[in-house]
Design a protein around this ligand. Sequence first.
Ligand SMILES: [Zn+2]
Length: 396
Amino acid sequence: MEYPMICFNGPQPEEDGTYNEKTKHGLISVIIHEVGHNWFPMIVNSDERQWSWMDEGLNSFLQTLTEAEWQKYYPSRADPRKIGTYMRSSNQVPIMTNSESILQFGPNAYAKPAVGLAILRETIMGREIFDEAFQEFSQRWMFKRPEPSDFFRTMEDAAGIDLDWFWRSWFYTTNHVDLAVTGITRYVIDDGDPEDKSKREKTEDKEYKKNSLTDQRNSNLPKYVNENKGLHDFYDKLKRFKISDDDRKSFADSLADLTPEQRKLLKTKQDFQVVSFENKGGVIMPILVELHFEEGKPQKINLPAEMWKKNSRNVKRLFVTKRPIVKVVLDSGQQTADTDLTNNVWPPEIEKNRFKPGPKKESSNPMRVNREKKEKEQKKQEEAKSKKKSTKVTEK
Ligand SMILES: [Zn+2]
């Protein structure tokens, strides 16, 4: 059971009353946190000896909501952008681990469950449904001692949303979030016109033959078939790209067989693109897609987590747009704790970094820096003293 620890709060100002910004936010946060414990676990109790996250995680999440009311851009701990390093670390255990066996206590019992709830609220359920469900949990279980399954079930029951997939990967595994966009194919409509087909195949054939360096080097070799006319057969004389009357007739027949919808589709000016996604981290998440075009605003499309139902590793999705897609960006609002943003954009971008030319500075230690500073000051004072002395002597 949690005890009100507010009088032992760590972050304190210096003796002279000054403090750094980290101390400031640390102190505000811990006061908010301890006041929060009045409700969790003091009113909605939980078995802390077994499940630390049931009071610390829920309370850390509520702490974040309160911090958001303190100031703009409050550096809250339960921020999906901050959990990545922990979620990729190797020495961790699932949130659903007995309290005595938890590794990395803070991130495991406080930050990760709080971030999980923040993602449910902002991205998966939406603020309105989440808040109602969380309120329902708090009221249904006040003055009782819910277990994790009571929390999971009440949230689903009150929201009317199946969240098993979320509890499973966020609370029962040590997987991390890393969705990637891995490719895009643009499809154009083929009406089967033999003229177009012949032209296209001719160009492709030319390109194919040009591609091979070996074929190019061999092109000047004397060829048997050229020197011995008797070796020629049907295929040496075949005009591969010639269109026959049969081809033309069957094209006309196929057009006549089209339904009105298919005929309309042939005339469409829309673009058809299939985008491929990969789940590299293992945690299931909705796919928050942003489609960019040559001009105009990007289009946002959120694909629900159910996209991964039949294949939890690779999925594809067709996007029909009025203009061709030139770029795809995933999770542009950094809502899902995605740990590798470099694979969230297609086509891939060159990473930017910086380096500073110049001599390598010798690293010092704070003690030496302090001593050198003092010595410099002392020297300055002595110089000033001796200057004063010499002016006095000349005055005499
Ligand atoms: Zn606490």
